[in-house]
Design a protein around this ligand. Structure first.
Ligand SMILES: *Cc1c(COP(=O)(O)O)cnc(C)c1O
Length: 421
């Protein structure tokens, strides 16, 4: 452990909550060097929707490596990339009657967001981008201007400009869309007509706030009417996390651009893309560049993930069943421990429970860790305990994790009662 404290920058964070050394992982289980097993309810912050070392994905990757398949390809044509584009088209886009071109960006979420913001500005000739309260879009400069969290923004070291912040659905009981519409129609509102709006359908880091279908439809209408592009950041909520491949599917809206990363590579390998309406493709060659846009290993596992999990509705049904299981536990513990909890948050396998404050959430997370589970918090004050296990988790494994949570919560409630008396 010493080596980390001596050698690694203070910028590290998850490891502070879970100070052990992990050696291996399978499915939803992490194993430490001491042989302790933890059930993983963090799942690479949503990068491991198909679980650690998923056997089917691993086999495809091993076979590919074994055949000396291209590893690093810049943006050259490769067989692996063709296979990914074909799988995305056949199993994701066409069945949903969606038409998008694919931009491969540098392999991080934040880089895809940078690309989408740049393209929106280039296409419209406007600079302003509307982002929402509690939105999280990454930590490089452009994406950071759209991120709400002050802790992250503070790291910029320079003014963050080019975005206007509006209230997300439910924020401070303000009707953000009515406000947006009024401001767009008022020459004196001070709102520069935006190139785009950028939003998450379920806010991952911001505390599992959900935009309703009606809200999304209204925003879509408003954007179309005023010729403003709509960018959905589906980096965390996409790839099945909310129950459908794209988080916005239940609303029936079509964004102009979609950013995907985290679980798109399928195996936890770095990969990011922007899906863009064909008419928006005004890029000139190499204008948004990146050395690692061609992580072909990720293309292999991304393709295999799409083919194995998204070619029929079996996986979606599995996610729906597991989501119900999570919701049940949340409902029960809300009723059982009103001294700790405020309300249920999120949807699909992106659910959580809002605690009265961040200290309670943190105490529950710590207690869960003592009991063999890795689980994190989200929200402006880290007050939401976030259930984020791999989507491939079995019914009994999920039950195990949920029971650890429930017991941990009871322990914390008892501790607080003892303290009070
Ligand atoms: C994680 C995340 C990002 C940033 O992705 P990185 O790979 O960490 O740069 C952007 N948007 C959302 C919604 C995210 O959850």
């Amino acid at each position: 452990m010493d080596i980390f404290n001596k050698q690694e920058s203070n910028v590290k964070s998850y490891c502070n909550s879970f100070p052990v050394v992990f050696t291996s992982a399978k499915g939803c289980w992490l194993t430490t060097e001491g042989g302790e097993r933890y059930i993983d309810f963090l799942a690479g912050a949503g990068s491991l929707n198909y679980g650690h070392n998923n056997a089917v994905l691993k086999k495809a990757l091993m076979d590919y490596i074994d055949s000396d398949g291209i590893t690093h390809g810049l943006d050259m044509h490769t067989e692996a990339k063709a296979a990914f584009l074909t799988a995305l088209r056949n199993h994701i886009l066409e069945p949903r009657q969606l038409d998008y071109k694919v931009q491969f960006t540098g392999p991080t979420g934040t880089n895809a967001v940078e690309a989408a913001m740049k393209l929106a500005r280039k296409v419209t000739g406007r600079t302003n981008i509307v982002a929402f309260t509690n939105g999280f879009h990454g930590c490089t400069m452009g994406a950071l201007t759209a991120t709400g969290n002050q802790h992250h923004r503070g790291g910029a070291g320079m003014p963050l400009f080019g975005t206007t912040r509006l209230p997300y659905e439910g924020y401070a009981d303000i009707d953000g869309l009515a406000l947006f519409e009024t401001m767009l129609n008022d020459n004196s509102s001070g709102l520069d007509k935006p190139a785009a709006v950028l939003l998450e359908v379920v806010q991952g880091e911001g505390g599992l706030n959900v935009a309703s279908n009606e809200w999304l439809q209204k925003l879509r209408k408003l954007c179309t009417k005023h010729n403003i592009l709509m960018i959905v950041d589906d980096i965390q909520a996409g790839c099945g996390r909310t129950g459908t491949f794209f988080s916005f599917e239940p609303s029936g809206i079509e964004p102009d651009m979609i950013t995907l990363s985290k679980s798109i590579g399928g195996y936890g390998l770095p990969m990011a893309v922007v899906l863009l309406k064909p008419e928006l493709d005004k890029w000139s060659p190499g204008e948004h560049n990146g050395t690692f846009r061609g992580n072909n290993h990720a293309f292999i596992t991304a393709t295999q993930a799409i083919e194995s999990y998204w070619s029929n509705d079996e996986f979606e049904n599995h996610i729906a069943a597991r989501s119900k299981q999570v919701a049940k536990t949340i409902e029960r513990t809300l009723k059982k421990l009103p001294s700790l909890f405020v309300q249920a948050k999120g949807r699909g396998m992106m659910q959580g429970i809002e605690c009265k404050n961040g200290d309670i959430a943190s105490a529950i997370s710590d207690r869960c860790f003592e009991k063999g589970m890795v689980i994190e918090t989200a929200g402006p004050n880290d007050e939401v305990v976030k259930f984020f296990c791999p989507l491939t988790i079995s019914e009994s494994e999920l039950e195990q994790g949920l029971q650890i949570f429930e017991q941990a919560a009871v322990d914390i409630a008892n501790k607080l009662t003892r303290k009070a008396s």
